[in-house]
Design a protein around this ligand. Structure first.
Ligand code: HEC
Length: 116
């Protein structure tokens, strides 16, 4: 009896650790659903502090490439992949994986579209 409670608690902790450390897509889409619009994208860029590394509209650091006009120079699917999982494109990139949901990615894409 006591043993099964301990096993249940360990399992719950393992599931929570999984959702926390390596959240699967369905979970991100369930918990981080946003409206897809350039305004929301701009808010997300502030929330995730992309300007810590990227210059956008003249503001921010230049540890990464400037993001103005990014969708004029880079294929949108490649930009999506950067947002989805930076290490999938470049193994040693300093850009963190923000575990963005699909709608968060599309909102940021809509914002990037407005940057000439
Ligand atoms: C810790 C620094 C850092 C942060 C924070 C960061 N990035 Fe990056 N990002 C980089 C670096 C560096 C690169 C260039 C790839 C490389 O050299 O590793 C990059 C590449 C990119 C690219 C591809 C650019 C190209 O020219 O192909 C996009 C798009 C991008 N980042 C968007 C974002 C967005 C949006 C955010 C915020 C959600 C963000 N980044 C946050 C460091 C960062």
């Amino acid at each position: 009896m006591r043993r099964s409670i301990v096993i249940a608690i360990v399992l719950i902790i393992l599931v929570l650790a999984w959702l926390w450390i390596a959240p699967p897509r369905f979970w991100l889409n369930l918990t981080k659903r946003v409206e897809v619009s350039p305004e929301v994208g701009a808010q997300l860029v502030v929330q995730y502090n992309c300007r810590r590394c990227h210059r956008i509209q003249g503001e921010g650091a230049l540890k990464g490439p400037e993001l103005d006009g990014i969708l004029q120079r880079t294929d949108p699917m490649v930009v999506r992949l950067w947002l989805h999982n930076p290490r999938a494109i470049k193994g040693n990139t300093p850009m963190p994986n923000f575990h963005l949901s699909d709608t968060e990615i599309e909102a940021i894409m809509a914002y990037l579209e407005t940057l000439q």
